[in-house]
Design a binder for this molecule. Structure first.
Ligand code: SME
Length: 162
C-alpha cells in the first residue's frame, strides 16, 4: 500500500472529524473508508473502554464478520493486551499467539492501536487480515495517526468529567 493512500485517508478522516460532533459518526466514517481503500483490512472496528467498567472493552462500530467478542476484559485477547501495554500490538500469525480471541476462522494477522484522550487510553482500533503478517510499521504509523484524530476529537467533544 502506498504512503499516498494512507495520507489521502488521513486527510479525509481529519476533514470529517471537523464536520461532526458525533463520535459514532466519526467511527462509522473510519470503518467505512478504511476497508474500502485497503482491501487487506478484512475486519476493522473500534473497541472502547466502558466508562462504567473501565477494565472492559465494548465493541463499537465495525465492518467485517460479526464477532461474539462484544465485551473483552483488558486482561484478555490481543485487544486487552494493547490497553494493558498502552501500545500498538502487531501479531503476524494469530494462531501462534495464545492470547488471541478468534473472531473469524479466516483471520491470520491482527493489529490493535490504542486511542488516548485526556492522558489515558480510552479505546482502540482493531484490524484483522486474512493475510499472514499483513501489517507493517507503515500500517501502525497510519493507524496511530487515525487514533490520534479520534483521541483529539474526544478531547474536544467529550470534555473530561471531574
Ligand atoms: N482478536 C481479538 C478479538 C476481537 S475480534 O478479532 C473482532 C483479540 O484477540 O482480542
Amino acid at each position: 500500500m502506498s504512503e499516498m493512500d494512507f495520507t489521502q485517508i488521513l486527510i479525509e478522516v481529519s476533514a470529517f472529524a471537523k464536520s461532526t460532533i458525533d463520535l459514532a459518526a466519526l467511527q462509522n466514517f473510519i470503518v467505512e473508508i478504511i476497508p474500502e481503500r485497503l482491501p487487506y483490512y478484512n475486519w476493522t472496528g473500534f473497541y472502547m473502554l466502558d466508562p462504567n467498567d473501565p477494565d472492559t472493552l465494548v465493541l463499537g462500530p465495525y465492518r467485517g464478520a460479526p464477532t461474539e467478542h462484544v465485551r473483552i476484559p483488558v486482561t484478555q485477547g490481543i485487544c486487552g493486551a494493547a490497553v494493558a501495554q498502552n501500545s500498538t500490538v502487531i501479531i503476524d500469525d494469530v494462531h501462534s499467539d495464545p492470547r488471541y480471541l478468534a473472531c473469524s476462522l479466516e483471520t491470520k494477522s491482527e493489529i490493535v492501536v490504542p486511542i488516548r484522550a485526556h492522558g489515558a487510553v480510552v479505546g482502540e482500533i482493531d484490524i484483522d487480515s486474512h493475510d499472514l503478517a499483513a501489517f507493517t510499521a507503515h500500517d501502525s504509523e497510519f493507524l496511530e495517526q487515525c487514533a490520534a484524530i479520534v483521541g483529539s476529537f474526544i478531547e474536544t467533544n467529550q470534555p473530561a468529567s471531574k
